[in-house]
Ligand binder design. Structure first.
Ligand SMILES: *Cc1c(COP(=O)(O)O)cnc(C)c1O
Length: 379
């Protein structure tokens, strides 16, 4: 048979400014693009493997994992295939079907699926509702204590460090302490934070942290990071009885080839950019301020924003859509004309966006484009 044409060409990122928050932190620096080329073949990191992926010395996966553990301040770290696989491994190792875990009400769908796939029930900590949708330590404590009273035992707690709906940054250190005081192991989901802002798992009182290479660590992925304190190494990294070198929960070897090579190549770049997080937040705030100068554009979530992912309610654009010949598509199309992409087609009531990693001029250009569209779309 002959294969169809799969349309495997992509210039979106080269030719446009992309506002999709999902994609801003996964753009590769030059060193990672080179690594992608060199390590594109299947098991390319396995040339000098003696049975343990995490101990390979050429390329220095062992050295890289040492650096990574220091970077996020954990005792042991493994790469996995994504933040979701990291969460799944923790839930799987700590819980049995029918057990209960506590999760925050802004948790990502992959948290819910990790619990479901393990047959684990969830008790949710509600957020504060509109307009902040905040997860507070007080509510977390109350929910956790009630859950312990009701169920007798809570096996695990999960906190989303920065959620993907509002870009709210939770008080991880405080909530971590609450969980530790209650004797409940806790995992911090850093998919939107590790690689963007500094993570210190121990200072945050966390037993586990997970990160996402393709979301926030400038890696091609799919790859995730699972860090833990020494206390959990034996359980999480238990070895097979048949294959003495292989860790069961990791199914032996995890990320190999281009995903891990790009993550390794990007680590110095990621360490450097994390140190400039405060600046990035300041620029996100400036961007929000410029956007809110448009009558009928309001940021929701905690204000001022503490993250580059921002969510706007945009009645201004929704109103235009009612009268515009292109209806709801006008916004996407007007942005596209200005070489801006990443807002979903047809969506005008609200949207999420991020200008993370763009130059100040590019950020101004994006805000300016929204102004122009708000003023002229119906002309
Ligand atoms: C994107 C995202 C994930 C999923 O990350 P993967 O690495 O693709 O599994 C999990 N949690 C949050 C909060 C996210 O934003």
């Amino acid at each position: 048979m002959e294969c169809q044409n799969y349309g495997l060409s992509r210039s979106i990122e080269r030719e446009n400014l992309n506002l999709n928050p999902l994609q801003r932190g996964g753009i590769l620096p030059a060193a990672a693009r080179e690594a992608l080329y060199d390590f594109g073949d299947g098991y390319s990191v396995c040339d000098y493997c003696a049975g343990r992926l995490d101990e390979i010395a050429k390329p220095s996966i062992n050295g890289f994992l040492e650096d990574l553990a220091k970077f996020i301040n954990v005792d042991a770290v493994r790469t996995v295939h994504g933040a979701r696989e990291g969460k799944f491994a923790v839930v799987h190792a700590l819980c049995k079907p029918g057990d209960t875990m506590v999760v925050d009400g802004n948790a990502h769908y992959t948290t819910h699926l990790a619990a479901e796939r393990n047959g684990v029930n969830m008790v949710e900590v509600p957020n504060t509702g509109a307009p902040e949708y905040e997860i507070t330590p007080e509510k977390y404590k109350e929910t956790l204590e009630n859950a312990i009273d009701e169920k007798g035992e809570i096996k695990l707690a999960l906190l989303t460090h920065v959620d993907g709906d509002y870009g709210n940054l939770t008080d991880a250190a405080k909530i971590g302490k609450i969980c530790q005081d209650a004797g409940v192991p806790v995992v911090l989901n850093c998919a939107y934070s590790m690689g963007r802002l500094p993570i210190d798992a121990k200072a945050m009182n966390m037993d586990f942290v997970v990160g996402s290479g393709h979301k926030s660590m400038a890696a091609s992925g799919p790859i995730g990071v699972l860090g833990m304190t020494a206390e959990w190494e034996e359980l999480l990294l238990q070895r097979s009885s048949r294959h003495a070198k292989k860790e069961i929960e990791m199914l032996g070897c995890t990320s190999r080839g281009a995903p891990i090579a790009t993550l390794m190549a990007s680590l110095p770049y990621v360490m450097e950019r994390v140190s400039k997080w405060d600046e990035e937040v300041q620029q996100a705030r400036n961007f929000v301020e410029k956007m809110e100068e448009i009558d009928g554009v309001v940021q929701v979530g905690v204000k001022p924003t503490q993250h580059d992912l921002v969510r706007f309610e945009t009645p201004a654009f929704h109103e235009i859509a009612q009268k515009h010949p292109r209806r709801g598509f006008f916004l996407y199309e007007e942005l596209k004309k200005r070489k801006i992409v990443g807002i979903k087609r047809g969506q005008t009531e609200w949207f999420k966006c991020s200008v993370y990693g763009m130059t100040p001029d590019q950020k101004d250009y994006v805000a300016g484009a929204f102004h122009e569209i708000a003023e002229t779309a119906l002309d």
